[in-house]
Design a protein around this ligand. Structure first.
Ligand code: GLC
Length: 446
């Protein structure tokens, strides 16, 4: 396994292979067909004594361990872990199909910040406002509380947070006299050009440009970093993407490819391929989420040692910190689950300090409990936590809308076509303006 392509690391690492064993592999194969398969050889689910926990692939094995810990407490219900598709859009579709057909075999959902509005607006997830004690919201990072809030109510439990970061090769930059990471995208280009001239490295910069949700995050980061936005933050029914600022952002993203800083193949890259390319030493810079830091220095997954890798906030157009996309992963309860109490007990357990600390130390997940950012053990053993602290001050949410999934498909497509040179940045922004306006109009009139 260790000899496999590094790009596959997030999907099935050696560590994970050893943990899940053959039964998990059978589960993984089933997932490929879009079935909500139980992992670890479990079958069925949602039965009277079972609480089904639907998650993204448990690549670090930490979720399975936490489920085990919870089950060892011997409560009335046993939690069963079900891993969904790695792609957040496809995972959402898996869920939506279930909800629309009225099936309720999933009880607890590990979500994505972009799902909250849509799941809540459709009445598919439980309003937990009355369950939260008054002090609870202030225990969590403000952005993470926002991520579970829709229409003034709390629809989930913050669990871990995420944001876009810039990874860079400290060794290659320092050898050429660059002691700090770039602050503007132009500076990144200059540094990348300088390093690729004489170092044994193929690419200046790799990121996620494929036609999917990660591509949306990357495109929006370029737009935000140039002063643009997709929707008006003060009036989310107003589309503002056809602006000179947004066009400049998309032009800068496309320019990474057309100026030879990034390979054309980034237009097909998701998190895995881009991380793999950086970790095997092929790129000077990488845009990715914090989890990649836990792979640096891991045998069979990374040719780089931690001393060779730095992390900073993303650059911006003008210089100074750019915005990273908020990627909170909250826990929701299916509104029609028969196990509301047990589900609440389970998500409260997961969000406790002890469990969040375990997720941070074992999986490089960023906690949502504010106090854990001061925890010495976490700061020492998970350097991405203190390093990401600054970046967490500078984040932006994707459009908060009950129609987000439709908007996302349009953004993913236009951003990707722009990277492929099929549309110009101006055309992409214009097309998006029209498409997003009609999505809102149709939604409001439905
Ligand atoms: C990360 C983020 C999530 C985002 C996804 C895109 O998992 O946490 O919010 O939607 O990447 O690929």
């Amino acid at each position: 396994m260790g000899k496999k392509r590094i790009a596959a690391a997030r999907t099935l690492t050696r560590r994970r292979f050893l943990k899940v064993g053959g039964a998990g592999l059978a589960g993984a194969a089933l997932l490929g067909s879009g079935t909500l398969a139980a992992c670890g050889g479990e079958s069925g689910g949602g039965g009277s004594g079972e609480l089904v926990f639907f998650t993204n692939p448990d690549t670090t094995g930490t979720m399975a361990r936490l489920v085990e810990r919870f089950n060892e407490r011997g409560g009335e219900v046993r939690v069963v872990l079900r891993e969904g598709n790695a792609d957040t859009g496809q995972r959402f579709d898996q869920l939506r199909t279930q909800f629309q057909s009225g099936a309720s075999e999933i009880d607890v959902i590990l979500g994505d910040v972009i799902w909250t509005a849509q799941l809540a607006a459709n009445g598919w997830i439980s309003d937990l406002s009355d369950r939260f004690s008054e002090s609870m919201p202030s225990d969590f990072l403000p952005g993470s509380v926002e991520a579970i809030t829709y229409d003034g109510k709390a629809y989930g439990m913050p669990w871990f947070t995420d944001t876009g970061l810039l990874y860079y090769r400290t060794d290659l930059l320092e050898e050429r006299g660059f002691s700090e990471p770039p602050e503007s995208w132009d500076e990144l280009k200059e540094m990348a050009e300088r390093v690729t001239q004489d170092a044994d490295v193929d690419f200046g910069f790799v990121f996620q440009g494929a036609n999917y949700e990660g591509g949306v995050c990357n495109g929006l980061e370029f737009i935000w970093g140039h002063g643009g936005d997709a929707l008006d933050p003060d009036d989310p029914t107003r589309v503002v993407v056809d602006s000179p600022e947004a066009v400049a952002g998309l032009a800068a993203e496309r320019g990474m490819i057309s100026d030879g800083i990034a390979p054309q193949s980034v237009a097909t890259y998701t998190e895995d391929e881009s991380a793999g390319s950086f970790l095997n030493g092929s790129a000077v810079f990488l845009r990715n989420w914090p989890y990649v830091y836990s792979l640096v220095g891991e045998e069979g997954e990374s040719a780089l040692e931690t001393g060779q890798v730095g992390i900073s906030e993303l650059p911006s157009g003008e210089g100074g910190p750019g915005y990273g996309t908020v990627g909170d992963q909250p826990l929701y309860i299916n509104a029609s689950s028969e196990h509301q109490e047990a589900a609440w007990e389970f998500i409260r357990f997961l969000a406790e300090s002890e469990q969040q600390k375990f997720q941070a130390i074992e999986g490089s997940f960023l906690p949502t409990l504010s106090t854990l950012y001061e925890d010495e053990e976490i700061r020492d053993s998970v350097p991405v936590v203190p390093l990401a602290q600054d970046a967490l001050q500078n984040t932006r949410p994707r459009p908060v809308s009950p129609y987000y999934s439709d908007m996302s498909l349009e953004m993913a497509e236009q951003f990707n076509e722009c990277l492929n040179g099929q549309v110009s940045p101006e055309e992409a922004a214009g097309n998006l303006q029209n498409a997003m306006e009609s999505i809102i109009e149709q939604g409001e009139n439905a």
